[in-house]
Design a protein around this ligand. Sequence first.
Ligand code: FMN
Length: 198
Amino acid sequence: MPKNLTEFDDLLDLVLDPVLWVVTARCGDEQSGLIATFVQKASLVPALPRMVAAIARHHYTWSLIENSQSFALHLVGETRLDWVDRFGLHSGRTSDKFAGLPTRRGTTGSPLLEDALLWVECRVEASLDTGDRTIYLAEVVSVGTGPDDRPLRLKRMLELLPEHQRSELQRMTANDITLDTAAIETWRAGKRNPGRSE
Ligand SMILES: Cc1cc2nc3c(=O)[nH]c(=O)nc-3n(C[C@H](O)[C@H](O)[C@H](O)COP(=O)(O)O)c2cc1C
């Protein structure tokens, strides 16, 4: 039984052990991508596939999704641990995350990573602003597969990640928690007092 909310949060990660995705997007000449675990299948109807992804509003990739209303999801394989550092520990505002990677442009314009286990091109159908994140519901417009591999899960990623990258991840997570706390509180205050601009 968790003794506090931090233990509850850790327990959820442990029990759910989500797979890792790279979410890419492009608008004009700008492109980026990030690591995400908040990705979910969102339709029971095989002929009408949909996905949900939640992207923090302070990330560069978020602004590209907002402007293009599309993105591509890539299931990360265990042999692509290097994508965690490339896409998850730096911002596309300051580095070209695609340098040296085999990529091509999808039908929506989003960059597709050829070494992903599975890629899914999506067009946004609805979005929900939750303060810290935007939750996107998206129509699947095309799918494809890459090399065979085992999906990389959070627990395995933490076992495999070199110490200096684990420390960087902890530092970034602490920073995101500070930003997200302020964003959720502002959003909640706006809900309670809809007339007042925050
Ligand atoms: C294991 C892991 C899971 C993550 N999950 C998410 C997520 O679900 N949504 C999100 O917005 N960011 C998530 N992030 C954070 C972004 O991947 C990271 O901050 C990225 O550098 C943002 O890049 P950008 O500024 O180029 O968009 C995750 C990072 C890691 C390492």
